[in-house]
Design a protein around this ligand. Sequence first.
Ligand SMILES: Cc1cc2nc3c(=O)[nH]c(=O)nc-3n(C[C@H](O)[C@H](O)[C@H](O)COP(=O)(O)OP(=O)(O)OC[C@H]3O[C@@H](n4cnc5c(N)ncnc54)[C@H](O)[C@@H]3O)c2cc1C
Length: 280
Amino acid sequence: MFEYHEPQSLAEVTSFLAAHGEAARVLAGGTDLLVQMRKGRHQPRHLLNIKTVPGLDQIVVTEHCVEIGAAVTLHDGEKFLSSHPEYGVLCQAMHSVASCQIRNRATLAGNVCNASPAADTVPALAVLGASVKVHGSRGDRLVPVERFFTGPGRTVLLTGEVVSAIVLPRINGGGRGVFLRKARRPSLDLATANVAVHGAGANYRIALGAVGPTVIRVREAERLLARQGLTAPSAAEAARIARQAARPITDVRGSEEYRLELVAALTERALLTLAGEVRA
Ligand SMILES: Cc1cc2nc3c(=O)[nH]c(=O)nc-3n(C[C@H](O)[C@H](O)[C@H](O)COP(=O)(O)OP(=O)(O)OC[C@H]3O[C@@H](n4cnc5c(N)ncnc54)[C@H](O)[C@@H]3O)c2cc1C
């Protein structure tokens, strides 16, 4: 049994969370949380539906960033980003999550806050240099997405804090990206491995998901691409480095060895696809 609440402001959310600690949980789309509650993994006494907080369903574009509110669904986020090709990697990642029914309820912030190592949007956010906007009693703080996670299902959020938005930096001079994933079936299953790559000018970024406790940026491969440019041989070498950087486990979705092969194959394919986009 739990009590359901419809807070009307972020201040109401944070003071309620601070007062009730572990007994209260934020509810966004509920596509992770309700499943976990049914399995007995969480048994909160209070659920706070942040979709009732005015303004959190907005996407705000400023000179420096794009702020995607915590109640923006994956569907609405994808629709907005589809006319911003520089954020294509995130658009593709959002589209790859589950099914259209789930994307119509699930939020981008919920995908991040759930902190699954296999979350599809997280590698895409990492290569875009995104940050998580955290609201607490002392105001807002911005946490780079790569530093938001402390382990599977764990984040840096403190008692009384809530995520109010995901913040994407504006990418001057364009940029293109590619997101690829492999799962046991095409949809409605978490990724066995996923890879996001992004290129802007001579700068390339690569991030891996589902092959470590948290998202992995492959900086050594990024430096190689910056030195050598993106060619077939450098893509193959970057894929080899990505394979070395991965720290997968064996579970129901795949063995450690299979995931290592996937990382190399997906990274090379993503980079070669990106090379085609950059030249087009
Ligand atoms: C059938 C099925 C298939 C799926 N397939 C995929 C898939 O392919 N890829 C993938 O990545 N995911 C998948 N998922 C997982 C899920 O849909 C996503 O993680 C979703 O984006 C979660 O968002 P939500 O709004 O539903 O979060 P919720 O379930 O509401 O919340 C998730 C967690 O985050 C916390 N939380 C939510 N918002 C905030 C906030 N603003 N501040 C602080 N804490 C917050 C909640 O308390 C909860 O602990 C699937 C789920 C199902 C049921």
